[in-house]
Ligand binder design. Sequence first.
Ligand SMILES: Cc1ncc(COP(=O)(O)O)c(C=O)c1O
Length: 394
Amino acid sequence: MRLQTKAIHAGVDKDSAFNSVITPIYQTSTFRFEDIGKTKGYDYSRTANPTRKALEENIAALEGGCAAAAVATGMAAITTVLHFFHSGDHIICTHDCYGGTERILRTYRQLFGLEVTYVNMGDLDSVKAALRPATKGLWIETPSNPLLNIIDIRALSEIAHQNRCLSIVDNTFLSPAHQRPFELGADIIVHSTTKYLNGHSDVVGGAVVVNRSDLAERLHFLQNALGQGASPFDCWLVLRGIKTLLPRMKAHEENSRTVARFLDQHPNVRRVYYPGLESHPQHELAKRQQHGFGGMVSFEVDGGIEEVNHVLRSVKIFSVAESLGGVESLISHSVSMTHASMDPGLRAKAGINERVLRLSVGIEDVNDLIEDLDQALNFKNAVSRPATSVFSEA
Ligand SMILES: Cc1ncc(COP(=O)(O)O)c(C=O)c1O
């Protein structure tokens, strides 16, 4: 089956009770035994649930993995993967990772002695220099959040394997529609299904996907032991969202390319970050390793925090909100919102300054999006407010 057919059918054609075309929501905590020690494959929903199983098979098929675990949030997916490691193990993480990833890595370092080094993974020599005998994992996020830097999954996975490490990719920003890390050598993929996979801003969810049976065994153990499984209803919603993943991603990409080009020539925009622009420093790499450029665009306002606040206060169609990947357009201020919890030194090192605004470009009519941004960016002579950020972390 091709990807679009898998998105609709993988994992879902299994209702033996009534042949329902859509997977039912098995909203039950427990399952009746048929006889002593004999079940119909399910005994307790923390361990496994048929609706969750359908979603897990679907996501595993889309990513080309052998198994997946659908969990309650993207952070639950990340936390689950951290339990593949032991105290004293060392992880090398990309220096501009999602703020929540940095926060949980910092917490696990304090609680359990999991060691972490942040490096600019665009520089493969820095990655090699950071390797230690205890290094067990490379944590890769590409495109990065919010600056949309692209890092080379294939080269990093080779470094990981030469050093007996796991190559872990957070594939949230592109989804399997636009990037399939297993094809590039990754061992584990994590997702916040909250974003493009579900695509309708009505669920928080996560997934871990693996492509080796030993990792699958550990994953299923952890899913039961940690108890982070996604609820049947949330799984059903994500399954429903995935059916339109490919057409949605196409529309997100078309709109974001148009928005990026518009911003690129706007006099009040200092810089645009979008891998689909030929001027993006890793445009060629993005073309090579991705199947599309996604729907995220970041830019720097040509001004200070007052101008940034003006834009945030002026947008009408874009909602000022955390998150991304839904059909509706969102705008966020990275320093005071998504990356507020990140260590300020690390944030500055990653180049995330207070002028950066991140757009999750939705699938509305792109002319409306451009008109909205244009009027919001019209801040010359309009700014006279105190220089403090008006938005704080959720
Ligand atoms: C790249 C990335 N990974 C993981 C997460 C965490 O996902 P969740 O909010 O579903 O826990 C996010 C959230 O924004 C994210 O952007």
